[in-house]
Design a binder for this molecule. Structure first.
Ligand code: LLP
Length: 448
């Protein structure tokens, strides 16, 4: 397989990430281990920033924290000049704790609680992406109660269907997100937002879907958004200065995936925006993008240790690893497919086909259904690629499995950015009500 561009296999056939061999990383930190190649994250950030700087005068790129949000992520994004697109009080808390500038945060989500909205207003979050009429009214009240005028964008549904898994499509009419352009509610929301004194409407926002490998839905959504901006101008006289086109650019999970380059994606959307401005004789807005997966996805590699190998003659050979749907729920949720290698025997030819199973008590916990690998033995380290986006952020403690260590590697330095959960962490929030304890004492079967 083709490795992510900053990774390599050394002369001994070992996978090397950020100057460290996968074997050393696995020995030092244990498995399962989520390894991030810092150089590749930074490279992707720069690709966005450079592509935009080349093709468009005023822009803002916010990393979509839902893909992978930790304090270290926030620091890297700040250093690379990106903002953050966040979707919960927890993500906002994480960013602020890391010292991230609140005015460079955008707050998205279809159901922000009053508590989260107050938190955002109090913290001075740059933009709230308002979604739903009730939220507009609630936010207006909260802002006025705090004596501030909150800058907002409106989440709009452009009616574009991206060719991706139906669970990751978001721009189509039948969606829980946004005000529809098609049925007139987006224009109504603009009128409401302009009339509410606690809110300052700065622009409009959309997001068509995720893991999109084709540029046409992005172009189409950009054109619809720009037409809508022109319509807002005609109908209300308000010339909105910001247009946020969301994220969604896909990445390579397998050799057969051919995502567009970041440069090509940026060119496509910026041209669509320019073209629409020419058509409507309107000035260019600030162009905002919110990439998540395409920034961190390919930079992540998960290392597992092989345990049980079960051969069912004539049918299938299951290779079980020490993680699974708890650190990577995507195969079970979306039928996602991955590529993988034996991290210390990467130069050996494939010997046969295997199925890589997770360790959870669930038949559906399979990470890769069919993959050709050299003869696998217990103790081998398996490296699964492109696990940097929507893996740790979607990890669970199913079967009370602790979440893995996340380690950031660069030029031979490897530092944990999230420590492995311990069994003690798993029970830390458990409480045994006193009345249960009494019952236990009464039967004389105390539990220590
Ligand atoms: N902006 C908004 C409003 C979004 O809803 C999303 C993703 C993004 C930006 C970032 O999209 P990206 O560039 O990462 O595609 N859990 C799913 C993906 C869900 C994406 C949700 N929204 C998965 O594992 O594929």
């Amino acid at each position: 397989m083709v490795l992510p561009e900053t990774m390599a296999v050394n002369a001994l056939g070992e996978l090397v990430i950020g100057g460290e061999t996968a074997g050393d990383l696995a020995r030092r930190f244990g498995t399962p281990l989520l390894v991030y190649d810092e150089e590749l994250i930074r490279k992707r950030c720069r690709e966005y920033m450079t592509a935009l700087a080349r093709s468009y005068p005023r822009f803002f790129v916010a990393f979509a924290g839902k893909a992978f949000m930790t304090q270290a992520t926030a620091v890297i994004m700040a250093q690379e000049g990106l903002g953050l697109d966040l979707v919960s009080g927890g993500e906002i808390y994480t960013a602020l704790k890391a010292g991230f500038s609140p005015d460079r945060i955008q707050f998205n989500g279809n159901n922000k609680s009053d508590h989260e909205l107050s938190m955002a207003v109090k913290a001075g979050i740059g933009r709230v992406i308002a979604d739903g009429f009730q939220e507009l009214y609630a936010l207006d009240e909260i802002a006025r109660a705090h004596g501030v005028v909150q800058d907002i964008l409106l989440r709009v549904t452009p009616g574009v269907e991206a060719h991706t898994h139906e669970y990751t499509q978001t721009g189509q009419e039948d969606s829980k997100f946004g005000f529809s352009v098609g049925d007139g509610s987006a224009l109504e929301a603009v009128a409401q937002a302009l009339s509410l004194p606690g809110l300052s409407l700065r622009g409009i926002h959309c997001h068509v879907g995720s893991q999109v490998l084709d540029l046409s839905p992005f172009r189409l959504a950009a054109a619809i958004m720009m037409d809508f901006r022109a319509r807002i101008y005609q109908e209300t006289g308000a010339l909105l200065d910001e247009v946020n086109l969301g994220g969604g650019l896909g990445i390579r999970y397998q050799d057969c995936d051919a995502p567009p380059r970041i440069q090509d994606y940026v060119d496509a959307v910026s041209q669509a925006v320019r073209e629409a401005c020419r058509r409507h004789s309107l000035p260019l807005p600030v162009l905002q993008l919110e990439p998540g997966r395409s920034v961190v996805g390919e930079a992540g590699v998960t290392l597992y240790t092989v345990g049980t190998i079960k051969e069912i003659p004539g049918l299938r050979t299951y290779v079980s690893v020490d993680g699974g749907m708890t650190d990577n729920p995507r195969p079970a949720l979306y039928g996602a497919r991955y590529s993988a290698i034996l991290a210390q025997r990467a130069k050996e030819d494939p010997a046969r086909q295997y199925t890589i199973a997770g360790r959870c008590c669930e038949s559906g916990d399979v990470l890769i259904w069919d993959i050709d690998l050299p003869e696998v033995t217990r103790g081998d380290i398996l490296a699964v690629f492109s696990t940097g986006a929507y893996h740790y952020s979607m990890a669970s403690n199913y079967n009370r499995c602790p979440k893995p260590t996340v380690v950031l590697v660069s030029q031979g330095m490897a530092d944990p950015i999230v420590e492995r959960e311990t069994y003690e962490d798993l029970v830390a929030k458990d409480r045994i009500p006193a009345r249960l304890r009494k019952g236990v004492e009464a039967t004389g079967r105390a539990c220590s």
